[in-house]
Design a protein around this ligand. Structure first.
Ligand SMILES: CC(C)(COP(=O)(O)OP(=O)(O)OC[C@H]1O[C@@H](n2cnc3c(N)ncnc32)[C@H](O)[C@@H]1OP(=O)(O)O)[C@@H](O)C(=O)NCCC(=O)NCCSC(=O)C[C@H](O)C(=O)O
Ligand SMILES: [Mg+2]
Length: 293
């Protein structure tokens, strides 16, 4: 499995690139990542202006404490090729490819990036939001392990998925088995996976419940549509002080001279194995990153 650098991705805010006020506000927000959207949040007549705004924004802010991602239209669409040229010129941390059905759709973007970005600095994220993506997610994630693929992260698009599956709603009970399939495929290939947006951005209770559910399912974070959702998402996907203390006690126990060579220990009446040590180290690294935000 490919090992990728650890990133905090608790809160990933979509910012419509057509909305000048929202783009200008984005550097001040306390989310971990921002997705500047050139796709569904931008009307056809506003696409060129939106690309221009992103070029100006990235030129004015070459550095950011956020992980910055640009969502382009599909390369096969009328807008995709121009979007990709504009996004590539901005040099974001990643480009998000929408409505991915098969690995080739991400591979085509990777090939175009390789023309100008030999160092693989610009990573790729892939939207999982079509019935075909659900059927092919293991292939897409596995392709992400091939050298030069750049794939780092899968992002759920529940609005498109519910539409294509003709789910009547309300709620997302019918989606849950599919969401777990995405988590399994992502983990099998060492990818991060971010849960879908929650549309009713003023429904605090509903949003908190969906964040808790997503954290319990193993998602790394949630995509967001409004600044009001940042703080609750950061809280829901945070490493709690209890989890951090537990991780520290596991690392300390395995560091004791008598435990250095053993595979399993008794820690206060619980069996702890080396697999828990690996998870504990990851938890401590994430907790340290969290303190820096
Ligand atoms: C949902 C919104 C249209 C609501 O906008 P608005 O009515 O303007 O909200 P407020 O008046 O409450 O805004 C308060 C201030 O916050 C700024 N703001 C709002 N949203 C954002 C944002 N996303 N990023 C940055 N800043 C934001 C406003 O400008 C106000 O600022 P100020 O006046 O200075 O106080 C709107 O929130 C919105 O457009 N959200 C994003 C929508 C979007 O990007 N949609 C596409 C991605 S979701 C998707 O496609 C998922 C997936 O593909 C799927 O299939 O499910
Ligand atoms: Mg979508």
């Amino acid at each position: 499995m490919t090992r990728r650098p650890l990133r905090l991705r608790r809160s990933v805010l979509y910012v419509p690139a057509a909305n000048g006020k929202a783009v200008a506000k984005s550097p001040t927000l306390a989310c971990d990542a921002v997705i500047y959207d050139l796709e569904d949040a931008v009307a056809p007549a506003a696409k060129e202006e939106a690309r221009e705004r992103l070029r100006d924004h990235f030129a004015a802010h070459p550095e950011s404490r956020h992980e910055r991602v640009i969502r382009i239209n599909a390369l096969s669409s009328e807008y995709g090729p121009e979007d990709l040229l504009a996004a590539r010129a901005c040099r974001p941390d990643a480009i998000l490819v929408p409505k991915v059905d098969v690995p080739a759709e991400v591979a085509d973007v990777a090939d175009m990036l390789a023309e100008t970005d030999a160092a693989d600095a610009i990573r790729l994220w892939a939207m999982m939001e079509t019935p075909k993506a659900i059927l092919n997610v293991a292939r897409i994630a596995e392709w992400g392990e091939t050298p030069g693929s750049r794939l780092d992260c899968l992002v759920v698009g529940a609005n498109d998925l519910a539409k294509d599956l003709r789910l009547p709603g309300p709620g997302r009970d019918a989606l849950k088995p599919l969401l777990m399939q995405l988590v399994v495929a992502a983990r099998a290939s060492g990818l991060d996976v971010i849960d879908a947006v929650f549309n009713a951005f003023r429904d605090e209770g509903g949003f908190a419940a969906e964040c808790a559910e997503a954290a319990g399912m193993g998602f790394d974070g949630k995509t967001l549509i409004h600044p009001l959702q940042i703080e609750p998402a950061n809280r829901a996907f945070a490493i709690s002080p209890e989890r951090e203390a537990e991780a520290a006690s596991i690392v300390a126990a395995f560091d004791m001279p008598e435990n250095r060579e053993v595979g399993v220990i008794n820690l206060d009446g619980r069996m702890v194995e080396r697999l828990h040590l690996e998870d504990a180290r990851r938890t401590l690294a994430l907790a340290a990153m969290q303190r820096g935000t």
